[in-house]
Design a protein around this ligand. Structure first.
Ligand SMILES: *Cc1c(COP(=O)(O)O)cnc(C)c1O
Length: 460
């Protein structure tokens, strides 16, 4: 395989991609397989001799698509979306061809500078003040880990990195039970410990109770612990819960604590001004993460972290050994110093292509449609005898259940074995409930209204 062959096979791959996307509505959304079905088709030992691309490509076409759960299927209503707009796919092809490693400004100035401009464009698109800068991570988990590590180091006056955590007071991080498990993972990885992630009580709307937050911080201080920061939830994964951002930030800042807001899913919706009331007060956050790779159309991986002041995070994560110095340009932005990994892909290119190819207005229209169709679908389900709407739509996410957990779980299995739509479950208020989220980039109203008709048919 050489670069001439690559040219030939890239065209073949482009044709395959077009046909694949055109065929999605005819495929079951979730791969209807048992474990081992794919691995058993591969030789158990690696090839000694080169094989022809004809046979490699033929095996790809035969083995891989049946083992794929089709995230770009217009009737994918599970988890949250992982949208890949065609413009983003094209940008990824070009980034693949360039294959640059953007750890320093000088290792590819375009990687760093386009990333800086995209962060600025996105801050404007979401209605954030111009004083936010930021960077692109692989995932929201990495962004949240970076924020938590920074909280730890600021609380310890940057001694944790030097001397470790033994002998230090117990650090405390605060979040509600509606925040994503990536917050739990972050406190574990950061050495703070699960027991020191204090889950603050929520109110009737599943939003963090600001008075309970204030009390928990005061109690911890009285007990000799070291409060380090607050993680707020703007669109939780389970049911789409939103903390009361303005009030909770006021409590945290009064106590001298920084705030990181996890808006991994819902952040994309904030390109629509009418939804911004949901995260009212966001301009005062110290750090915000949102995933354009979820709802905006820049394909995985693309998680944006906005930072009010990047200096504490750079001081926490940045290292500059001799071999990473850029002589004469000590002040230049080297994005590896803002993140955990050293190496970084050219992720900004797909944002640039996507934002230009659809325009904010085109992207807003998609999100508004998804929200409207989710509400319509919720009403159609509510009208079905035996169906209980467990949580009302938050943006484009709602949940429903049948009379008891066993019936609900059996229905979900039937739905996903059927394959026309794909839904997933969560636990809410002690009950097993089915999540419906609408957000695939190419989905149409006729795809979404199938949710209620499939449920009606399979409930019988
Ligand atoms: C998806 C999600 C995450 C985790 O995202 P990754 O990018 O996969 O790490 C975190 N928080 C929320 C609210 C999410 O929806």
């Amino acid at each position: 395989m050489n670069h001439e062959d690559l040219n030939h096979w890239s065209k073949r791959a482009a044709d395959w991609s077009r046909d694949y996307h055109a065929s999605l509505r005819q495929r079951p959304v979730r791969a209807p397989l048992t474990p081992g079905a794919i691995s058993s088709q591969l030789p158990t030992t690696p090839p000694e001799m080169a094989e022809s691309m004809d046979s490699i490509f033929a095996d790809f076409e035969r083995i891989v698509p049946p083992g794929i759960t089709h995230w770009q299927h217009p009737r994918f209503f599970a988890y949250f979306p992982a949208n890949a707009s065609p413009a983003s796919m094209l940008a990824e092809q070009l980034a693949n061809a360039i294959a640059a490693q953007g750890m320093l400004w000088q290792t590819s100035p375009a990687v760093t500078e386009i990333e800086q401009v995209m962060i600025s464009w996105l801050a404007q698109a979401l209605g954030l003040p111009a004083d936010f800068t930021g960077t692109i991570h692989d995932s929201a988990t990495t962004a949240t880990l970076s924020a938590v590590l920074t909280m730890r180091e600021v609380a310890l006056a940057h001694q944790g990195n030097l001397t470790g955590l033994s002998g230090q007071p117990r650090l405390r991080i605060y979040a509600s039970a509606q925040t994503h498990s990536s917050v739990d993972k972050s406190v574990r990885v950061a050495g703070i410990g699960q027991e020191n992630l204090i889950k603050i009580a929520t109110d009737a709307t599943y939003a963090m109770d600001p008075a309970a937050l204030a009390a928990a911080i005061a109690d911890d201080r009285a007990a000799g612990h070291l409060p380090a920061g607050v993680v707020l939830c703007a669109g939780g994964t389970s049911i789409g819960a939103f903390d009361r951002i303005a009030e909770c930030i006021a409590v945290a800042h009064d106590a001298g604590l920084p705030v990181h807001v996890d808006a991994a899913w819902a952040g994309s919706a904030m390109i629509c001004p009418e939804f911004r009331v949901l995260w009212d007060g966001i301009q005062d956050a110290d750090s915000i993460v949102f995933n354009p790779h979820k709802w905006l159309g820049a394909q995985f991986d693309c998680a944006v972290q906005f930072l009010k002041n990047p200096a504490p995070q750079i001081k926490t994560l940045g290292l500059r050994p001799r071999y990473l110095e850029t002589a004469g340009r000590e002040e230049i932005v080297n994005f590896n110093e803002w993140t955990v990994p050293l190496g970084r892909r050219f992720r900004a290119l797909k944002l640039w292509f996507t934002l230009r190819a659809y325009g904010l207005e085109g992207l807003r229209q998609r999100i508004r449609n998804h929200v409207a169709w989710a509400r319509e679908s919720c009403e159609a389900l509510r009208a079905l005898p035996g169906v209980r709407i467990a949580t009302e739509p938050r943006l484009s996410l709602f949940t429903f259940a049948l009379k008891d957990d066993a019936l609900t779980e059996a229905l979900l299995n039937k739905i996903n074995d059927d394959g026309r739509i794909y839904l997933t479950q969560t636990q809410h208020d002690g009950a097993y409930v089915i999540r419906v989220q609408v957000g695939q980039f190419d989905c149409l109203r006729e795809d979404v209204i199938q949710v209620a008709s499939v449920v009606r048919e399979l409930m019988r």
